[in-house]
Design a protein around this ligand. Structure first.
Ligand SMILES: NC(=O)c1ccc[n+]([C@@H]2O[C@H](COP(=O)([O-])OP(=O)(O)OC[C@H]3O[C@@H](n4cnc5c(N)ncnc54)[C@H](OP(=O)(O)O)[C@@H]3O)[C@@H](O)[C@H]2O)c1
Length: 313
């Protein structure tokens, strides 16, 4: 095997023209890491936000940087302190965003961030799960502590995070209200949403007595969400730090979630998928040399599920 691999990297921050398909050395796993032969990666909006440099004050990435923080693939190398995985395992992960990503033929990932891939999902579907589904899990289950019988308003139910949020909220036994444009109504209802609000023609801010708002949009959407919450309700945003004073004024709690790697949660998500309780919708698929087109699709804000990068067969 050659010790070189293809990887899509940036050497500076900016528009899609900074994306470069490079030949670089295959990394060697540290004692607590595995080397994954990447089958599929997926694109998340954070990829192009990092590419543009928007997150540099927070993440301070060294350059060059390989983008992409969702991976499915096969373990082909293993550090000496790794015990729960072995060569040949089919795995998936949302690896540490501070490190090089998965738009590459091989990637080293800390083993504790890697779980066995759901058997029932294709490589492409599996790569679509980690970042978006962990975000929904951590926002709804860990932070909002969503309970059975509660009413949750999920913004952008047709987005990657929103689709997993609807399904996880239903698995918890909540009643789901979701905003979407009319073209995506059938999609969100098929995922289990109970009430669908066409945000282009209806005013979701008329709703009342919501227990949990999951804000995946920010700005006006967040501003108009406060009044929908009942006293003691919770708002979790993944796009914009909610204002404490506004939360206090409405008698609710507000939180920001920045998704973290989590092997145990990935294992539970795999169990849901294998039990037929978690569906993955793929919006579109691209090859490694087409990452710019994949980013262009994500940047439209109109994707109807996961955007996948097929890396190897
Ligand atoms: N903090 C974190 O850890 C974290 C983690 C993941 C994602 N995020 C952020 O969360 C946001 C969503 O991520 P994503 O991956 O779900 O994005 P996405 O898949 O690209 O979202 C696209 C969807 O958003 C819908 N949409 C756009 N504007 C809308 C609006 N005003 N109201 C309702 N729906 C709307 C679109 O539906 P229509 O075409 O029908 O409008 C489309 O289906 C991004 O900003 C991302 O960066 C943050």
């Amino acid at each position: 095997m050659s010790n070189l691999m293809k990887a899509v990297q940036i050497h500076g921050f900016g528009d899609r023209s900074v994306l470069a398909l490079n030949e670089i050395a295959i990394p060697t796993p540290a004692e607590n890491e595995v080397l994954i032969k990447v089958k599929s990666a997926s694109v998340n909006p954070v990829d192009w936000k990092i590419r543009e440099g928007y997150l540099q004050p927070m993440l301070n990435h060294p350059l060059p940087l390989t983008l992409g923080w969702d991976v499915s693939g096969e373990v082909v190398g293993i550090g000496e302190k790794v015990s729960h995985l072995k060569i040949g395992d089919a795995v998936y992960s949302r690896p540490d965003i501070a490190k090089n990503g998965s738009y590459a033929e091989f990637q080293t990932v800390v083993a504790d961030e890697v779980a066995l891939k759901p058997n029932s999902l294709s490589w492409q579907e599996a790569a679509g799960v980690p970042l978006a589904a962990l975000t929904a899990w951590q926002s709804l289950y860990e932070i909002a502590k969503l309970e059975a019988g509660e009413r949750v308003l999920i913004h952008a139910g047709s987005g990657a995070v929103g689709q997993f949020a609807i399904q996880l909220a239903k698995l918890r036994g909540a009643t789901v209200y979701t905003t979407t444009s009319s073209k995506n109504t059938a999609l969100v209802m098929s995922l289990g949403a109970d009430h669908c609000i066409d945000y282009q023609n209806e005013d979701f801010s008329d709703f009342r007595d919501i227990d949990v708002v999951f804000d995946t949009i920010g700005a006006e959407t967040q501003a108009n969400s406060w009044q929908t919450l009942k006293k003691g309700g919770r708002l979790v945003s993944i796009t914009q730090n909610p204002d404490e004073a506004t939360a206090t004024k409405h008698g609710v709690s507000a939180f920001f979630c920045f998704v973290q790697p989590n092997r145990e949660q990935l294992t539970k998500l795999a169990e849901f998928a294998d039990a037929g309780k978690l569906n993955v919708n793929i919006d579109s698929e691209f090859e490694l040399h087409q990452v710019a087109a994949a980013h262009e699709r994500s940047e439209t804000g109109r994707a109807q599920g996961k955007i996948i990068i097929n890396v190897s067969a």
